[in-house]
Design a protein around this ligand. Structure first.
Ligand code: F6R
Length: 240
């Protein structure tokens, strides 16, 4: 496990973007798994800038995403698919045929099977970007999750629903379930970076890095991965 401590959100975003640009420059057909949420937005802005300046070519990159809300169609303003298009995909030269997403509408059992099949076809993914929840979740794998899990249907905890309510008009509009890559599927990636910024993440970062390997902190599963880099700012690192 490598830990890169940076000063603030901007430096975290710069470092993370640089690592992905290096990856895609070395291997244009890289398979990359993206996260949503507030944390990677700065990184994505840097990727857009680099793409606009022709510093990197994303046209052959294959993209995947960690998760999607149940019941939100891709066009819904708060779906993760919509988020990725707005925050990144529509502003770089990624080929729309190379974008893969778990679907949160229709037959969920079938969707889970389909996404596991997609991940298996491209296994192992080259590069995965993670954020972390204040409760230590990665993707939507909440405390108490199964470390052997693949893509699955998840009941979101109240903490996660409350934390994500900031994106919705009303907390009652936040979906109660999600389809999410499991811990086993996430750990299958060759290289993983986890980004964290701000005091609210300090305890989760401490538990993930210094705490025991336990399902009480899903991110502690990363302790057994051979190529994981935590890029964390001073506040997120404040309890280490
Ligand atoms: C999103 C995801 C989540 C977030 C986490 C942190 O695809 O997988 O695990 O990374 O909830 O969210 P932010 O970055 O909004 O604090």
């Amino acid at each position: 496990m490598q830990i890169i401590k940076v000063k603030n959100y901007q430096e975290m975003s710069d470092k993370a973007a640089k690592l992905l640009i290096e990856q895609v420059s070395l291997k244009p057909t890289s398979t990359v798994c993206f996260a949503t949420g507030s944390t990677p937005i700065g990184m994505y802005k840097n990727l857009i800038l680099a793409s606009n300046n022709n510093q990197v070519d994303f046209s052959k990159m294959l993209t995947f995403n960690l998760d999607e809300y149940i019941g939100l169609a891709p066009e819904h303003s708060q779906s993760y698919q919509n988020f990725m298009h707005k925050q990144l995909f529509d502003q770089i030269n990624v080929n729309s045929q190379n974008i893969h997403f778990p679907s949160g509408v229709g037959d969920i059992t079938q969707n889970i099977e389909n996404y596991n099949q997609v991940l298996e076809n491209y296994s192992p993914l080259d590069f995965t970007i993670l954020g972390i929840g204040t409760n230590g979740h990665i993707a939507f794998n909440e405390p108490g999750c199964d470390f052997e899990s693949q893509t699955q249907l998840i009941d979101l905890t109240n903490e996660t629903i409350q934390s994500n309510a900031r994106f919705f008009d009303d907390i009652n509009d936040v979906p109660k379930q999600a389809i999410s890559m499991g811990i086993k599927s996430i750990l299958n990636a060759k290289q993983i970076i986890l980004l964290a910024s701000g005091k609210a993440k300090a305890q989760a970062i401490y538990d993930a890095i210094k705490g025991p390997y336990t399902t009480k902190c899903p991110a502690s599963a990363l302790q057994v991965h051979g190529n994981v880099t935590f890029i964390i700012d001073e506040e997120a690192a404040s309890l280490l």
